[in-house]
Every structure is written in structure tokens, then in C-alpha cells.
Design a protein around this ligand. Structure first.
Ligand SMILES: [Zn+2]
Length: 223
């Protein structure tokens, strides 16, 4: 697997620092299982983070200095050449048809076949992870050739594609790809024909659907 859509550098730095909302971190970890490129960047961010801790003055944290250090880390990540993708070890996710990625097991179990899907809208089924904290962690199954309603977000939406594929204004997203969207993005994914698209999505703030869909869906599913 060679993903084409990766974690945003700010997500990489936040993941390395343990600063992501837990739901978002779970989806990031799911991407990292399949992506040597992003794993290398997390390693790099952790190394920089260690250097920062060593350099930190014990008395006063200067916000301007912290901002400039963070910007320099993001610049370094942007400049770093993409490492070659290492082959996945045997038994890695996506090779075994029925096995969910390991970071999802505590929330959804290990088996696709055992999933208990709930109807959400025509052509759309979902499973909401129980016992998550402030955000939302959702498995979504969208039928082939379906379009989701246009929506935007109050915060981050991180979505890892597990099966099938969709496209939107940002490109084509296939298994292994991650869509790392902030609150400025409004998009309308359309799944490709032939196979349902299964993805795992983390939201750290409510989704915002416009119009009738919002009025019907948001009270029902607390999205
Ligand atoms: Zn990646």
C-alpha cells in the first residue's frame, strides 16, 4: 500500500506531542499503521520535540519563541524528503480481508463481518464508538456511487479510508489514504461505483450539515 494522501504536518507534530483529541489520535494511528511516510515524519517530530525539551528554559515559556520553534519544525517537516515506503509486514492491516486495523479494535472489535451497522441515511450506515470523550469516532459505510451531503466542521475531521474509495474536490481517496481537514473545508464526498466505501472518521467538534439533512440527522445522531 502506498497512500497518496497523508497527515497534515500540524497533525504529525500534535500526534508526536500527544496533543490530539483521543478520537483524532486513533484515526491518525490507523493511518500510521499503513504509512511509512507519515511514520518517518512522526519519528522526526518526536526527535525535534526531544531537542525542544532539552533546550527549554525552566522559568518562563516565551510564547513568541515557542511559536517560532513550532514554525521551524513545520518548515523542516515540509522540506524533508519523502522517505521510501517500506513494505508492510505480513499480516498487516488490509491484507487480511476481515481484520480491522489494530487501533480500532478497542472501539469496534477486530472483525468487519462482526460489525453491527446502523442505518443512518439512504445508502449510509454507521457505528459510533461508545465511551469516547469530547469528540466523535465513527465507522461509516457508504454505498457505491453515493454522494454525501455537503458539510463542513467546527473543528478537525480526520478520515482514514479502509475499503472502497471516494472522490471530492480534494482528490481521489482510496484505502490507506487519510483526509485531514480543518474547519475551513466544505466538501461533498462521492463514492466510486462498484464497492461500498468504509472509512473511520474522527471529529473533534460537531459536523455542520446545511439544510434539511442537518435538521434530521444532528438531533438523532448527535453528530
Ligand atoms: Zn501518510
Amino acid at each position: 500500500m502506498n497512500p497518496h494522501h497523508h497527515l497534515d504536518p500540524s497533525t504529525v507534530v500534535s500526534y508526536a506531542a500527544g496533543a490530539l483529541a483521543v478520537e483524532v489520535a486513533i484515526v491518525a494511528a490507523t493511518h500510521l499503521e499503513t504509512c511509512a511516510h507519515c511514520r518517518a515524519r512522526v519519528d522526526e517530530a518526536e526527535r525535534f520535540g526531544g531537542q525542544l525539551v532539552e533546550q527549554q528554559q525552566p522559568v518562563v515559556a516565551d510564547p513568541a519563541r515557542q511559536a517560532s520553534l513550532r514554525a521551524s519544525i513545520l518548515d523542516r517537516l515540509d522540506e524533508a524528503p519523502a522517505p521510501a515506503s517500506a513494505p508492510l509486514p505480513r499480516g498487516a492491516p488490509y491484507e487480511d480481508d476481515d481484520r480491522l486495523p489494530a487501533p480500532l479494535h478497542p472501539y469496534f472489535g477486530a472483525s468487519y463481518r462482526a460489525l453491527k451497522w446502523r442505518w443512518m441515511a439512504p445508502g449510509v450506515h454507521c457505528i459510533r464508538a461508545p465511551n469516547t470523550k469530547a469528540g466523535t469516532l465513527l465507522l461509516l459505510k457508504i454505498g457505491p456511487g453515493r454522494s454525501m451531503p455537503v458539510h463542513s466542521h467546527g473543528g478537525t475531521e480526520l478520515t482514514q479510508i479502509l475499503r472502497g474509495a471516494y472522490h471530492d474536490a480534494l482528490g481521489h481517496f482510496a484505502p490507506g489514504d487519510v483526509a485531514d481537514l480543518d474547519s475551513d473545508v466544505e466538501h461533498q464526498p462521492v463514492t466510486v461505483p462498484g464497492t461500498a466505501c468504509i472509512c473511520v472518521s474522527a471529529l473533534d467538534a460537531p459536523l455542520r450539515f446545511p439544510g434539511w439533512f442537518a435538521r434530521k440527522l444532528q438531533p438523532l445522531f448527535k453528530l
